[in-house]
Every structure is written in C-alpha cells, then in structure tokens.
Design a protein around this ligand. Structure first.
Ligand code: SF4
Length: 580
C-alpha cells in the first residue's frame, strides 16, 4: 500500500487482521481511500482487493468494518457502522449498516477500516479483542452455539460494560445466508444488526464469534476547524429537531409506517399476495405506542440506539407483565413477520423477533422465507406458534431449518413456490413494489439486491401507482442514500440534512480541512454506486439481473389492482451517468 502518512486531522489507519496467522498489521490509508468512509469505502476496498468471482464463504473473501466519514463526533444519528463483503446471499457487493456503539468505538481506536482476511487453518471459534494495544485473539469455543443475548452478557461480564461488541449467533456459525452481525446498543443490548446479505455468515466463515472493541484509552477524532464544525452541527441539529418527521419517528418509531403502507396498498400481506392487511390496526405504530404506555414497566416507546441521537426512533416493547419482550420492534419486522405471515398480534411478532435476534438473523429475510414457507404448505398464515416452531428448526440446524435460514429464494426453490419476493437473491423489505413503484425500481436496480434503505421513495409527493418518473425518482434517491451511507448517517438523519443541505459540506470541510462543494452528498453517492456496479459486473451481473420477479409484472396487487409496469428502458437508464 502507498505510504501516505496519517495527518493530524486524519490520523485514522487501516487495521488488517489475518485469521490464519492471527496477526494484526496497521497500515496507512491509501490516497484513493482517504475521502471515502462507510459504504463508499467498502465498495472501494472490495473492488481493489476482493476477487469478484471468489467464493463468499471462502478464504479470499474479506469482511470489512468501515465507519462513515462523520462517525465519532456524536452528531445526531451519524455514528453508524457499515459492514461489507461479497455477499453469500446475492453473490454481489454488500454493505449493511447498523447503529449502536461499534462505529463510535472503532473510530476512537483510530480505525478507518478493519479488514478481516483469510480463515483459521484449524476449525474453531475465536474472539478478536481490539484496543490501543492492538489485537488479541482468544478462544471462543465456550461461546459456540450460544445465542447473541447470552454471548453478549458473558462478554460484558468478562470485559466490562464499556466495550463495544460485534458478534454472531448460531445462524452465523452455521453460515446461513440470512445471518447478520449484532452490535450493542447504547444500553448494552445486542440488538443493532448489520442484517442484510449474510454478513454474519461471512464472519462465521472466518471463525469469528465476536469482536470486542475497547476504546477506553482511545480518543475522539480531531477536527480541523472546531468552531466551524460546531456551527454546522448546530444548524443540522436544529433542522433535524424542527422537522415534523422527527416528532413522528420519536412517537411511533418506524412502526408508524404500517398505516402509511396500508393506505398505499403496499403492506406485504400473506406472502405479498395483498397490499392491505385486515389486522393492520393492531400492528400499527399508534397501537404499539399506546400499548407500551398502558403496560408500563420496562417498555419505552421512545429509545435511542446510539448515544446522542435526538430522533430516538427505537423502542423497548414489553409484554403484559411489563417485562421487555424485545428491543426494538421495527416496522420491517412487523411487515415481514406480522402482516406478511397473517399475524396481527404484536406480542407474537415480538417473540418471533426475539428469537430471530438471538439467532443473529435478518428478520426481513427470515420473515420473507416464512411467508414463502406458508405458501408452500409448511404453516398456516396467522399461526404464530407454528412460525416459532419453524424458527426452532433453524436453531436446531435441521435440514428444514437450514433451508429457511438460507433465505426466501432457497425456500421457494425447495418448496416449488413461484411467489418469492426477492431480487438478486435477497428478499424485499416491507413495501410491495407494485404499489410503491419507485421503490420497486430501487429493489430491481440497486447493486445491493432488494433493499429499501438503498432508495425508499414512499415519502416523495408523487403518484406511487404510476410508472412514469419512478426510475428518475429512484435514481436520485439511491444516490442520496449511498451518500448518507458513506457519511455513516442514519436514514432518518436525512430529514435534517435535506432541510439544511449545506451542513454536509460544512461538516466535512470543518472535520477534515477539505474544500468540498455543496454537491458532495451526490458526489459520494455516485462514486459509491459506480464502484458497486463495477464489482457486480466483475462478479458476472448484467442488466438482466436488474428486474423484479416476473410474477409481479402480471399478478395484480389488491386493493388497487397494481402490477409492476415501469418500462425496462427506464430502469436500465437509472444509472446512465456511469456510462454503463
Ligand atoms: S433515528 Fe433510530 S435508527 Fe437512527 S440513529 Fe436514532 S435511534 Fe438509531
């Protein structure tokens, strides 16, 4: 690597861990990596270092943790950690980001990117401990098979309550393509998951059960112009606090989305066979908030996943006895494990959610797989107890459990089900794309596989049922989202940045001493997507992969009789600025 020296305003370094030799090398950051972070940096490293045709669970894949460019300063909702690798679920580029405390502590240790390479020669489980002293490996065989809640508890007792932890559950150990990586939230609950694309399986393939990050002797990253940074921070925070959506997400969390998707006829119901669920009321954000308040005890309708977040869209959902059932209970889980399974009881959805969390799995992918399984005759829609039994099969690692844990597409293939809601092997989030067509374009064209966080268009003031203009809308939204993911900003931080767009350049210039212009979000977004497309092209993807499933083009979705009819030419032009 080039021998760029860290500068006082940019002292971060690349930490490269070799799982075969159990060694750490600290390297300076190559010039072309300096101006990237988070999702953009992951894409750059994957293109530069990972053979695109490699086996995702083999020794040549790399698991990369990269905090975004603005992480480390307790800017509201801007301390996320991006994790990336070649995905075992999609076979393509993957970035999955999460809140919690991992991002902040990685930066405080001076890490620009943590790159985990190769595999142990002898099978076994390992714990990687990172601190100012460097890296230390410890056997984690005693933790093998344990769920993430028990594992995190033991690690906190061993290493103290101040550390950050990124860990996998039994799902990652069994290398399921639906496995994610759990991170501690600010209250030390392992609940913030890098969920999508099987990053937990990649971590499992490296023999890593957990990474413990101890930044107790670390420090906040320096800021080139502190006064300018503070001023921009103030303007951004003010814009965020004054935005009406901030209050809505504080009160109802992401679950506030249930009523909106119901209204649009886009709430996945019984394996995406309808856009409205008759039980939507009792799984809505409004109902959940009231129930949490009525029950009291440990429940809390407004909770922050990371220190300093002023939106606090998270929650603690408690049962009738006031004891926590799960935290958080999010819209995507409600959509995929509630209405999509015909379940209208939040207590049941919370139990399913706890199980999936403890297994360390993506609730979107598993919820979609269970929906396909129900259609294939393995459970009745609405039967929560049977859904729990099926999760038990996943925990046991039975053949059936392994099929379900491999995701919706594998489940559909094994059961002969055509109605599988997935693109590039990855299940759709809880927005039926026939009724929110811009998001359908995003699902189809993003290099990441179906994923609403790559470009959710539901808040745009357009007719979501009309095909015209959706590709343009999706393209713009995707660029912005790739930019936010490169900053380390939560999707909801976008409310503040959209209201005060100049603050993005102001923050970056003050932090790094740069001179970037007002279009920096789009510059970062375009660069990121261009790199991701390049990786996927080298992995063998073509435009033929940028399509929604065929059945969505001819099976009308009720109540609006909607099919997905955005012209292919429009979708193929989404990224025409790349020249691809
Ligand atoms: S808005 Fe929600 S998801 Fe985003 S940082 Fe805050 S609590 Fe976490």
């Amino acid at each position: 690597m080039p021998s760029e020296q860290p500068t006082p305003t940019n002292p971060l370094m690349i930490w490269r861990v070799d799982m075969r030799t159990q060694t750490l090398e600290r390297q300076t950051v190559p010039e072309s990596w300096q101006t990237l972070g988070g999702r953009g940096l992951l894409a750059r490293i994957l293109v530069d270092e990972v053979p695109a045709t490699c086996e995702p669970l083999g020794r040549h894949n790399k698991l990369i943790f990269a905090p975004g460019l603005l992480v480390g300063h307790m800017l509201s909702s801007c301390d996320r950690i991006s994790v990336g690798a070649k995905s075992p679920l999609t076979g393509g580029v993957k970035e999955s980001n999460a809140g919690g405390s991992t991002g902040m502590q990685i930066v405080q240790l001076g890490i620009k990117a943590l790159i985990i390479e190769d595999q142990p020669e002898v099978p076994g489980w390992w714990l990687l401990h990172l601190s100012k002293d460097g890296a230390r490996f410890e056997s984690a065989d005693d933790l093998a098979g344990l769920g993430v809640y028990e594992t995190a508890q033991r690690l906190l007792e061993r290493f103290g309550s101040k550390v950050a932890i990124a860990l996998i559950g039994p799902g990652g150990e069994m290398r399921f393509s639906s496995a994610g990586i759990q991170n501690l939230d600010k209250d030390r609950v392992p609940s913030r998951i890098n969920a999508r694309g099987g990053m937990g399986a990649v971590m499992g393939s490296k023999g890593l059960k957990a990474i413990v990050i101890d930044a107790s002797r670390g420090s906040k990253p320096p800021v080139a112009d502190l006064a300018a940074f503070r001023e921009a921070q103030k303007a951004y925070t003010k814009a965020l606090m004054e935005h009406p959506q901030t209050a809505s997400y504080r009160d109802y969390g992401t679950a506030g989305m249930t009523k909106l998707t119901y209204t649009f006829g886009a709430l996945p119901t019984r394996n995406f066979s309808n856009g409205q669920f008759e039980g939507a009321e009792t799984i809505s954000g409004e109902f959940m908030r009231q129930q949490i308040l009525d029950r009291g005890g440990e429940g809390d309708p407004t909770h922050a996943c990371m220190a300093g977040c002023t939106i606090r869209c998270s929650n603690i959902y408690a049962g009738a006895d006031g004891k926590s059932l799960v935290s958080p209970l999010e819209y995507e889980t409600i959509g995929l494990m509630g209405s999509n399974l015909g379940i209208d009881d939040l207590d049941v959805i919370a139990r399913l959610n706890w199980e999936v969390n403890d297994l360390g799995l993506d609730s979107i992918e598993v919820g979609a797989a269970l929906g396909v399984a129900a259609e294939g005759g393995l459970m009745q829609f609405g039967d929560g107890e049977r859904a729990l039994e099926l999760l038990g099969e996943i925990r046991k690692g039975s053949v059936l459990g392994r099929v379900l844990g491999s995701g919706a597409v594998t489940t559909g293939r094994v059961l002969g089900v055509e109605r599988v809601p997935a693109v590039k092997g990855q299940a759709m989030s809880a927005y039926d794309p026939r009724a929110i067509k811009g998001t359908g374009v995003t699902y189809a064209t993003t290099p990441q596989g179906a994923d609403h966080t790559c470009g959710l268009t539901i808040r745009a003031k357009v007719d979501h049922l009309k095909p015209e203009g959706q590709a343009l809308l999706s393209g713009k939204t995707q660029v912005n989202m790739a930019g936010y993911d490169t900053l380390g900003a939560c999707i909801f931080a976008g409310f503040g940045f959209a209201a005060a767009p100049k603050t993005i350049a102001a923050l970056l210039n003050a932090r790094y001493g740069w001179q970037v212009g007002a279009d920096i979000l789009q510059v970062l977004g375009r660069e990121t997507i261009t790199l991701e497309l390049e990786f996927n092209r080298m992995a063998g993807f073509t435009k033929a992969d940028d399509r929604l499933p065929e059945w969505m083009q001819h099976e009308p979705l009720q109540p609006f009789d909607a099919v997905f009819d955005v012209p292919q030419e429009d979708m193929d032009a989404v990224f025409n600025w790349t020249g691809a």
